[in-house]
Design a protein around this ligand. Structure first.
Ligand SMILES: NC(=O)c1ccc[n+]([C@@H]2O[C@H](COP(=O)([O-])OP(=O)(O)OC[C@H]3O[C@@H](n4cnc5c(N)ncnc54)[C@H](OP(=O)(O)O)[C@@H]3O)[C@@H](O)[C@H]2O)c1
Length: 262
């Protein structure tokens, strides 16, 4: 498996590592043949198919870093915390699998009751429909006994960050991963981020994938727990455009895969 920023092998990402990003600025991996420096590769776990393994470098590693990136290498989470996961896309479902296997309590939000049902079948402890429950942050507080979530996957951005600050536990960690609902604050009450962060002693952490040693740490965890990434649908190589359209439609649960060769 190719690591995203090819020179990011350990520790905090630096500006120079970002010049080695696959897809940005280097060519991406939607191709049939590609040569990589050995340093930029991680071995596929024996029990996984290629269709499953191709989900690990971006979605799974990002989720792994959201849960474990602030902990020492080799000492991943072992239960006792609650994780709030926004949505049911690739990063979110990888996060659910990792958190559940680590014994953490999980809360998943989605716009679809059908997807929430699937999340519960995978072990999600609480699920909330963010379309029908606009005040989902109050629901998070309720199901956590007014404590809030210890770790939040902030995938929404504009329409979710303020709510995340309202349902984070004291001392909790908000991982800024994506901005699926936009980049600009749309809330009426525009409290500054510094006030929101100090109010509950929150750590706000930007996530930019992760380094190779963390990727290997995660792969061992997947092996130990025999976690198989959730592939919603697999497209043929010459159907890549349809695959992207399907991804943008948001109908998927987990990952969308393009198979390079039969
Ligand atoms: N920082 C990094 O290193 C990194 C790495 C990978 C991805 N990302 C970013 O992280 C985000 C998620 O990536 P992904 O690959 O998981 O994307 P994805 O598979 O396309 O996720 C789409 C899902 O996100 C959910 N969603 C959309 N708007 C939402 C909202 N307002 N509130 C809550 N959930 C919402 C929807 O779930 P439902 O259908 O269930 O409603 C949607 O199906 C993207 O913005 C992506 O660019 C960042």
């Amino acid at each position: 498996m190719a690591i995203f920023n090819q020179t990011h092998l350990t520790g905090q990402i630096q500006a120079h590592n970002m010049t080695s990003g696959l897809g940005l600025p280097l060519p991406g991996v939607l191709c049939e043949y590609r040569a990589f420096p050995a340093d930029g590769l991680v071995a596929v776990p024996d029990f996984m198919s290629d269709e499953e393994a191709c989900n690990l470098p971006i979605a799974s590693l990002t989720a792994w870093m959201a849960i474990n990136g602030m902990r020492p290498l080799g000492q991943p989470a072992q239960g006792g915390e609650t994780v709030l996961i926004q949505g049911t896309g690739g990063v979110a479902i990888a996060g659910l699998q990792i958190a559940h296997a680590a014994g953490l309590k999980t809360i998943v939000t989605s716009s679809s009751d059908e997807k929430l049902e699937k999340a519960r079948k995978m072990g999600a402890d609480f699920t909330i429909n963010y379309r029908t429950t606009a005040g989902w942050e109050s629901e998070v507080m309720r199901v956590t006994g007014d404590k809030g979530a210890d770790i939040i996957f902030e995938n929404g951005g504009a329409q979710t960050l303020r709510k995340s600050f309202d349902c984070i536990a004291f001392g909790g960690l908000i991982n800024c991963i994506g901005y699926l609902s936009g980049k600009e604050d749309v809330s009426e009450d525009k409290l500054h981020t510094n006030v929101l962060a100090l109010r509950r002693n929150v750590t706000l952490k930007g996530i930019l994938n992760g380094p190779k040693d963390r990727f290997e740490e995660m792969t061992q965890f997947y092996e130990r727990h025999q976690i198989r990434p959730v592939v919603d649908r697999t497209f043929k190589f010459d159907e890549a455009k349809e695959a992207l359209k399907y991804l943008y439609s948001g109908g998927h649960f987990g990952k969308v895969v393009v198979k390079v060769a039969e």
